[in-house]
Design a protein around this ligand. Structure first.
Ligand code: NAD
Length: 472
């Protein structure tokens, strides 16, 4: 299929993509559609094998979880791109102000060129193929660096992409942090990174050396506020689902809970019942994912131990018993946590839910506003005045009201972070534009009066400026 072997050194692959992108700057709709079709076919034909690879990489990771959390989201994203790319790639005529008339003006939408995509391991298909498909729809070439922590998935993805695309259209570079660093140093036209805030800083620094613009889809501590007006029995299952999907290894999982003081016992009871409904028999359930590596598992266990040793009350919810996988970590609730505990200083990224309490809503909002701006925020309740106070009084990457996670699945909502949870957003037209140069074009008219502004400045110039002062 490809004239350029995909196993060339990454700089040579970049050069090939660069040449190809400059040789075909105007990428027709048919070419973009065909590339999207190939991504869709890859999922349709090889979805089961890819889901098996994810399962093997994790230890326990239900293929149905991959179906909903990776493929369903991807199909929705690709379908949206297929439907709208034709309209989105068209130039936009814009109104021309009176002092420039009769000139005309439009914004021409063009591909950027070569886009680099660096992906994480937690949803290793959605978060690699999603940005790849979006960049392709916008007419770009893509170099992808998937995570080394899901080697089977990344390896299969590379094989399949190299079977479906010429290496100067899409190619995959595999490896760990050293390879990733070299990858981030390539002079891409745009670098799209999904991963931790700590690595995001390194990516931004590497890209800055080339003045490569970046999108950083990072992590952080996403709060979940339960309002006094909320029905705890109804909300607990939504919180448990958002927290325990992929065993908490979800960038927008609720990281910690803010609960009205005095409701702790009720919430604990409702949460335990909700987990029993989601995972009958406890953490050994095959739909409950394992923690990705022993290192990640040990870090989480250490965070819980640190909280316990500082006097917090740790409630083990639905233990695994003797069965299941050793890394299927028992979900825990943590009450009475000190604000300086490690659990409150770093993103948890696992099935551990600290429950903080508040007496007045301002107190809850102060806790949120004192920290870095979160990737997501969740609010539960029926008191709309209280809801609106939270919406206007906090800044986050995104919000779902009365549920968790769901804003990521809405293609009309830009998805991304703010501040330490990242910058730039994608999904839908926002994503298309992230990978598009919006080139302003002014077409001057032969009847233009621009000469009125030329020197030497005299009385005519003063009259024109006087008129404009009144108009503008
Ligand atoms: P990570 O930052 O450890 O790794 C992500 C990718 O970066 C990997 O491919 C890795 O090889 C690469 N990398 C490592 N060192 C690098 C360097 N010096 N330069 C360039 N790239 C480098 O993240 P992870 O552990 O794979 O994923 C978990 C993190 O990702 C969590 O913080 C989570 O919140 C975040 N995340 C964010 C989103 C989002 O959409 N905002 C989605 C998923 C995960």
């Amino acid at each position: 299929m490809t004239a350029i072997p995909p196993d060339l050194p990454m700089r040579a692959l970049f050069d090939a993509q660069f040449q190809a992108s400059r040789a075909q700057i105007d990428v027709p709709l048919a070419v973009r559609r065909d590339r999207l079709r190939r991504i869709r076919a890859l999922i349709d034909v090889h979805g089961p094998a890819l889901a098996e690879a994810v399962q093997a990489d994790f230890g326990v990771r239900s293929t149905r979880l991959t179906e909903v959390a990776d493929f369903f989201v991807l199909r929705s994203l690709i379908g949206d791109l297929e439907r709208h790319t034709g309209a989105w790639m068209k130039s936009r005529r814009v109104h021309t102000p009176i002092y420039l008339q009769p000139a005309s003006a439009h914004i021409q939408r063009q591909p950027l060129g070569v886009v680099g995509v660096i992906g994480p391991w937690n949803y290793p298909l959605q978060l690699t193929l999603g940005p790849t498909a979006t960049a392709l729809a916008a007419g770009n070439r893509v170099m992808l660096k998937p995570s080394e922590l899901t080697p089977r998935t990344s390896g299969l993805l590379a094989t399949l992409l190299h079977q479906s695309f010429a290496a100067d259209e899409v190619c995959v570079v595999q490896g760990g942090a050293d390879v990733a660093h070299d990858f981030a140093c390539l002079p891409f036209d745009h670098l799209f990174f999904t991963g931790s805030t700590a690595v995001g800083r390194k990516v931004a620094a590497a890209a800055a050396a080339n003045l490569t613009p970046t999108t950083l889809e990072l992590g952080g501590k996403s709060p979940c506020i339960v309002d006094a007006s909320a029905d705890l029995d109804a909300v607990a299952i939504k919180i448990a689902h958002g927290k325990l999907l992929n065993a908490g290894q979800t960038c927008i999982a609720p990281d910690y809970l803010l609960l009205p003081q005095g409701r702790e016992a009720d919430f604990e009871r409702a949460f335990v019942a909700a987990v029993a409904r989601l995972f009958p028999g406890g953490a050994a359930h095959p739909d409950y994912a394992s923690i990705v590596t022993e290192r990640h598992h040990a870090r989480l266990a250490g965070l819980v131990e640190d909280a316990r040793s500082h006097g917090a009350r740790v409630v083990e919810v639905a233990p695994r018993g003797g069965s299941g996988h050793a890394r299927q970590m028992t979900p825990v609730l943590v009450f009475g946590l000190r604000s300086d505990a490690s659990l409150m200083r770093e993103e948890i990224f696992g099935p551990v839910l600290p429950v903080l309490t508040y007496t007045a809503l301002d107190e809850a909002m102060d806790i949120i506003n004192a920290g870095p701006r979160p990737l997501a925020l969740y609010w539960f309740g029926t008191d709309t005045a209280s809801r609106d106070r939270v919406l206007t009084g906090t800044v986050s990457g995104g919000v779902t009201v009365n549920d968790t996670l769901m804003h990521i699945a809405h293609e009309r909502l830009p998805f991304g972070g703010v501040g330490e949870s990242g910058w730039g957003a994608y999904h839908g037209e926002t994503g298309f534009l992230r990978f598009t140069q919006q080139k302003p074009v002014l077409v001057q008219s032969r009847w233009a009066a621009a000469g009125l502004f030329y020197p030497p400045y005299g009385a005519a110039f003063d009259r024109v400026m006087g008129l404009l002062r009144r108009w503008l």
